[in-house]
Design a protein. Structure first.
Length: 669
């Protein structure tokens, strides 16, 4: 059949084969930067030009943005709008399907959908309803219970297993968390509403248990195409397989080497075992990379070779040869920060915009020293997918105690610290502060035995705990040692507060430990808080060139960076104990996911890649620690990297190669 699109001209041979020959079950292993979205779009266009009805094609993506972009690009390619094409996220398709069979799902067709905030509020109502039965046990916040329920649903695992594995500190509350989950389900049913997870679980249930629906949709969708299949969970996997039951034309596109979201219940086995589920699977590989230089891809290929559980592939670059990725050895986290700031300024002088540079890290706490250094040098930056290190709630919570000791007239800090305690809201916190001011703004006033008698009983209990912490930290020994002060605050109840109030409590406690490590380098609390205040007041104003005022250096975790690219990428903290995550060393599955993180980080870079490893770091518990290179660095042949060493020499650093020759400031020309 004649077509208006010259597929052979527009596609490389790998893509062309997928677009024109992928009948039946097909697994497309699309390496980083290999044009997988282009391939999917052209496959849909090809099917439509072959006379396939738009209504019989289902294209499933992970984000609304991706779905819109794909649909727009298909329309531009065809120069018309294919009416009836099903294109959307898993949740969108699930919602649309359920509404067509609402009655069979125990709903009316006008059922409502809870967003994440509404869901949390309903769970909060359920916790409150059961509170008299739970007793005085300290119960996790609704957001944490929501995370437990959601993960269990998407991973199709019992709640007790999820608590045992991910929240062991709540094991004693398992019965009550399950009771809250059950009441939450009943309240949703009685209110004729679903949450986001229901859109998947009820959709899969519908396809499995209502024969009429299963026949209808499996008859209708002659061609099913799924993007980012390595990120699917068990519910999504089940729904796709039920839909493909009749025609078997299911094409899944993904890269097992970029499966990094198991903490969201993504299941890598879905893509790895796809050929076992469909014995006649045709496997295609998109290995031509349009993003990175040959030297970067050689490194990336070598990184991922060490994973055993994978589909092997070799990325090939379409770009010209360039310099090798650079391994930078620095003294410590401060030298690391200084090197990056200096290198960024040098790159700017070579006309590389801040927007074309990114600094990646495994965990947010690794960015503390860097953020301070960027602030001091007036280099604007943004933290992708989150807030800056010193602006995070848990960091500001702990700092509020420190600020109270330093300035007892600091109203904001008093109210923030007091509001952490049960029974004390902003109103009572303000009353307490006014009493402090009336008493001469002295912490000794608060510690008097009868101070706080004006509060109701519940607030008095919380205030008593606050006073106990204040008494511990308000000593001559701690006042001028901000690191010890922070550590004492953590051990006096704030660690428990983290567990009960934050979903990612373990990560936040690592942040707080790093805050204490950071504070160790200050000889007094005044200087420490002065620098923190400088950081908080910084608004990212223009630097060097007037035209660069809207540019910002990107700081990001690897998870937040997936799918993005920059001309220059700097990856920090490549030391043993920081990357891979120490817990992964006990589990081969987790270790392989950490290695995939390394692979994802390196393949974000187009031309410049800097891997940076400090040789020492300060630990509040052990002092200065000698750091070995990351396990993943030790696995690599050294001829894949250009090794540099940074030596401190005054306010800036000089960079030397391993032969002792100074490396002049330069960019990749």
């Amino acid at each position: 059949m004649a077509t208006s699109i010259d597929y052979q001209k527009d596609l490389n041979p790998e893509q062309f084969e997928v677009v024109t020959k992928s009948e039946g079950p097909c697994l497309v292993l699309a390496g980083a930067g290999s044009g997988k979205t282009r391939t999917l779009i052209y496959r849909v266009a090809y099917l439509l030009e072959q006379g396939v009805s738009p209504n019989s094609i289902l294209l499933v993506t992970f984000t609304n943005k991706a779905a819109r972009e794909m649909k727009d690009r298909i329309e531009m390619l065809l120069k018309n709008k294919p009416k009836g094409l099903w294109c959307g996220t898993f949740h969108h398709v699930g919602n649309r399907s359920i509404r067509m069979y609402a009655r069979q799902c125990g709903l009316t067709d006008d059922f409502g959908i809870l967003d994440a905030e509404d869901s949390r509020n309903l769970i909060k109502v359920c916790i409150k309803a059961l509170k008299s039965n739970i007793g005085d046990a300290r119960f996790p916040k609704a957001s944490i219970v929501q995370s437990i329920i959601s993960y269990a649903r998407n991973a199709t695992r019992p709640i007790e297993d999820v608590i045992d594995e991910k929240y062991p500190y709540f094991l004693h509350l398992t019965k009550w968390i399950k009771n809250v989950a059950a009441l939450y389900e009943r309240r949703k049913v009685s209110s004729n509403i679903l949450d986001y997870d229901d859109l998947l679980s009820r959709w899969a249930w519908l396809l499995e248990n209502v024969p009429e629906a299963q026949r209808r949709f499996s008859d209708q969708f002659k061609y099913i195409l799924v993007d980012e299949y390595q990120d699917t969970n068990r519910l999504q996997h089940k729904a796709i397989n039920l839909l493909a039951a009749k025609h078997g034309n299911v094409l899944v596109v993904g890269d097992d080497a970029q499966s990094i979201y198991s903490f969201r219940a993504a299941e890598i086995r879905n893509i790895l075992e796809f050929p076992n589920l469909y014995p006649k699977t045709k496997i295609y590989r998109l290995e031509t990379n349009y993003r990175s230089t040959p030297q970067i891809l050689q490194l990336a290929n070598n990184i991922i070779e060490h994973n055993m559980d994978q589909f092997p592939k070799k990325l090939r670059s379409m770009r010209e040869d360039f310099q090798k990725p650079c391994l930078i050895q620095v003294k410590d986290m401060y030298s690391q920060a200084a090197f990056i700031a200096q290198r960024v300024l040098e790159l700017q002088e070579e006309d590389v915009s801040l927007d074309d540079m990114a600094v990646l890290f495994r965990a947010h706490y690794q960015s503390a020293e860097l953020e301070m250094e960027l602030t001091k040098r007036n280099i604007p930056y943004v933290v992708r997918g989150g807030v800056r290190f010193f602006e995070q709630a848990h960091i500001k919570d702990v700092l509020s105690y420190v600020k109270i000791l330093h300035n007892t007239s600091d109203e904001i800090s008093w109210i923030r610290a007091l509001s952490l305690y049960r029974g004390i809201g902003p109103g009572y916190a303000d009353k307490i502060f006014q009493k402090v001011v009336a008493g001469g703004s002295k912490t000794s006033v608060v510690l008097k035995s009868k101070f706080g008698d004006f509060l109701p009983n519940r607030a008095q209990a919380g205030f008593g705990k606050f006073k106990a912490v204040l008494k511990k930290i308000d000593t001559k020994e701690l006042r001028e040692h901000p690191d010890a002060l922070i550590e004492t605050i953590l051990k006096s109840g704030y660690e428990d507060h983290c567990l009960l109030n934050f979903e990612n409590a373990q990560d936040r406690m690592l942040d707080l430990k790093e805050l204490a490590n950071f504070a160790h380098h200050y000889s007094n609390t005044k200087d420490f808080l002065q620098d923190i205040t400088l950081r908080e007041s910084f608004k990212g104003e223009t630097i060097i060139e007037p035209g660069s005022k809207d540019e910002s250096l990107v700081l990001s975790t690897i998870h937040q960076a997936k799918g993005l690219e920059w001309d220059v990428v700097m990856f920090i903290g490549l030391t043993d104990g920081q990357f891979p995550h120490p817990k992964s060393l006990e589990n081969s599955t987790q270790l392989e996911e950490e290695r995939r993180l390394f692979y994802v980080a390196t393949t974000r870079a187009k031309r410049g890649l800097y891997l940076i490893r400090p040789t020492t770091r300060y630990d509040i518990n052990f002092g200065t620690v000698i750091c070995r290179p990351s396990l993943f660095l030790q696995e690599l042949p050294q001829d894949l990297l250009e090794s540099w060493s940074v030596e401190e020499s005054g306010p800036e650093e000089e960079v030397w190669d391993m032969d002792g020759d100074r490396i002049p400031p330069r960019y990749l020309d």
